[in-house]
Write a protein that binds this ligand. Structure first.
Ligand code: MLT
Length: 263
């Protein structure tokens, strides 16, 4: 389905019935990341998955983007889809940063939060410099160079070694992202604020879910999030890397299904 806001054509998937769940993909990915959840959970909830601006089939507006801007896009999508009750937000990695920005801006629209393969903190000085380097690489050599650089860290070692189709799928997702979208998202991540106070102030059900073999954002980050929100539930998935929902779809879906029961 398509939504048009101020020059942005935003593509999204809307499937199932029940509690609205907004699935927000990471960088530099797209909504097809959530295919296993669309297939496995549409009998449980109404699943909405956008392509963030500059990603997938949504068009790219000029960089830079910000987490607030991406959160505004998500809110516009919920409005356009007629979701006027609070939704559960489920963000993976950069999608988690967007979800936390959404919680700051529109707390009344959030019923619950799932933070997958993400972290609370802002970028370090070194991390910010890395964003600039990646942006330069994307401008110079295109999305394929970004995919090449990121792929080794995206999946658990055993996934990378034994599941060539999944590796290929992750690579294609990254390669299909527009350069403007890559740079826009990198700048949004570089400038994002520390969300620790946001997590500490959350007054809603929180599920933190993380692959035990995540090489991009270590599982210790999920443990830190859980420590900041003692009522949160923490699920550590074995044999899963950064793309845990693709690598271990049954386990991921079981955790989400269980979490969604309370709404
Ligand atoms: C992501 O997977 O969304 C990003 O790589 C996260 C990050 O770089 O901070």
């Amino acid at each position: 389905m398509k939504l048009v806001i101020d020059g942005l054509h935003m593509e999204y998937e809307d499937r199932g019935r029940g509690t609205p769940v907004l699935l927000i993909h990471g960088y530099p990915l797209n909504r097809t990341l959530w295919d296993p959840q669309m297939k496995g959970l549409a009998d449980t909830a109404r699943l909405l998955a956008p392509d963030l601006r500059g990603h997938g089939e949504s068009n790219a507006t000029p960089a830079p983007y910000s987490m607030d801007m991406l959160a505004d896009d998500c809110r516009a999508l919920l409005d356009a889809a007629g979701v006027n009750t609070p939704a559960v937000l489920c963000g993976l990695s950069m999608g988690g940063y967007v979800a936390l920005a959404f919680c700051r801006k529109y707390p009344e629209r959030v019923a619950g939060l799932v933070l997958a393969a993400t972290k609370m903190g802002a970028d370090s000085a070194e991390g910010k410099a890395g964003r600039d380097k990646s942006a330069a690489l994307a401008r110079e050599k295109g999305a394929a160079a970004i995919a090449e650089a990121m792929l080794p860290k995206m999946l658990a070692p055993q996934t990378a070694a034994n599941r060539p189709q999944l590796v290929d799928r992750a690579r294609k997702m990254m390669e299909s992202t527009s350069v403007e979208g890559i740079v826009g998202a990198l700048m949004a991540m570089k400038e994002r604020p520390d969300s620790t106070p946001t997590v500490k102030a959350l007054d809603l059900p929180l599920l933190v879910i993380h692959g035990m073999e995540d090489q991009l954002i270590p599982v210790s980050e999920a443990e830190a999030t859980r420590a900041a929100a003692p009522d949160a539930r923490l699920e550590r998935l074995p044999e899963a890397g950064h793309l845990l929902n693709l690598e271990q779809p049954e386990r991921f879906n079981a955790a989400l299904r269980e979490f969604l029961r309370q709404f």
